[in-house]
Write a protein that binds this ligand. Structure first.
Ligand SMILES: [Zn+2]
Length: 344
């Protein structure tokens, strides 16, 4: 550790665009923590939402952004025995949980309502050193680069939405609304499950839709109703709504077949002004999907390491964290699917 201060991307207030580089000290760690030296950190849609202040969750200002990260262990707490300095790791996002919460006790600590995550509840990883509880860590195999491994987190979001919270049978027709990182990764996982998949976006999403094609998906700009009804006239088996707004639920209700499923993984705080009657009339299952837990991380790392799930096509560039703004803007304007940062 050459210097005691490092540049960090800090979200310092609720007001729009309250993000700047600040020099911060190396954090102290507790008995059950490690000090992780960050190699790479992905920019998430939620980091953008906090930057533009249209997020739906409470933020503990000022906070270092970033929850998609991997790196090497630089120091370990006194009670940490399973890890050693130098280990290559990625970290889950639930930085603070109540181990006594009934959700934690059944392994769904991601759904503990008191949970606090990196990048909004506690300091995140858009800096050189981050304090991480050892229970959050997973091993990154040697053959998996940190630029890829730091994207384990969004892959886990997609895996939970598609595999954990939806049911897909080979040959099912699946429509993914929204060609952001989560949408494209949901499409990729649905392909692994044997589905026929289309990703739907707007005219402005053309570039990102081309990347979705690399995962063996079809793409549609605008109305997907024809695709939805192509097989038997009834609609798609599963709609995965990965757009960052609530209103797309109306499109999902139109495209889903009777007795089908809608899984909503993209969220936005604006209320809807339409009826949910199609859900009842079509006997549709509407499922939310949030976050992920330990077994999902282990499975996704295995898929990344084997190459079954390849995140390289979605990485639009790697920027030093001091150039966070360009990385954020490129993603915000849809010029890249995923920006990755590197601490300086
Ligand atoms: Zn994320």
């Amino acid at each position: 550790m050459s210097s005691t201060k490092s540049a960090a991307v800090v979200n310092y207030a609720e007001e729009k665009y309250s993000v700047e580089i600040r020099e911060i000290s190396i954090p102290d760690i507790g008995d059950e923590d490690v000090l992780l030296e960050v190699e790479n950190v992905g920019v998430c849609g939620s980091d953008l939402h906090q930057w533009t202040s249209d997020h739906s969750w409470p933020v503990n200002y000022p906070v270092v952004l970033g929850h998609e990260f991997g790196g090497k262990i630089a120091a370990i707490g006194d009670k940490v025995s399973a890890w050693k300095v130098g280990d290559r790791v990625v970290s889950e996002t639930a930085a603070v949980i109540d181990k006594q919460n009934p959700m934690s006790k059944i392994g769904l600590y991601n759904l503990d309502p008191t949970r606090k995550g990196f990048g909004y509840g506690v300091n995140g990883a858009m800096t050189r050193f981050v304090r991480v509880p050892a229970r959050c860590l997973h091993t990154v195999p040697e053959n998996l680069s940190f630029e890829e491994a730091c994207l384990t987190e969004p892959c886990c979001v997609a895996y939970n939405a598609v595999v954990g919270n939806s049911s897909i049978k080979p040959g099912d027709r699946v429509i993914v609304i929204g060609p952001g990182t989560i949408g494209i990764l949901c499409a990729a996982v649905a392909r692994l499950c044997g589905a026929e998949v289309v990703v739907v976006g707007l005219e402005a999403d053309k570039g990102r839709l081309e990347i979705a094609r690399k995962y063996g998906c079809e793409v549609i700009i605008g109305d997907a109703e024809h695709w939805a009804r192509k097989r038997d006239g009834l609609g798609a088996d599963l709609i995965i709504d990965a757009a960052g707004v609530s209103a797309t639920l109306q499109i999902a209700m139109k495209l889903v077949r009777p007795n089908g499923q809608i899984t909503k993984v993209g969220w936005g705080p604006q209320p809807c002004n339409f009826s949910l009657d199609p859900i009842i009339q079509k006997n549709v299952r509407l499922q939310g999907s949030f976050s992920h837990n330990w077994p999902i991380w282990e499975r996704v790392i295995a898929l990344l390491a084997s190459g079954s799930l390849d995140v390289k096509p979605i990485i639009g560039g790697v920027w030093p964290i001091t150039e966070w703004k360009e990385a954020f803007e490129k993603m915000h304007h849809g010029q890249v699917v995923k920006s990755v940062l590197k601490p300086v």
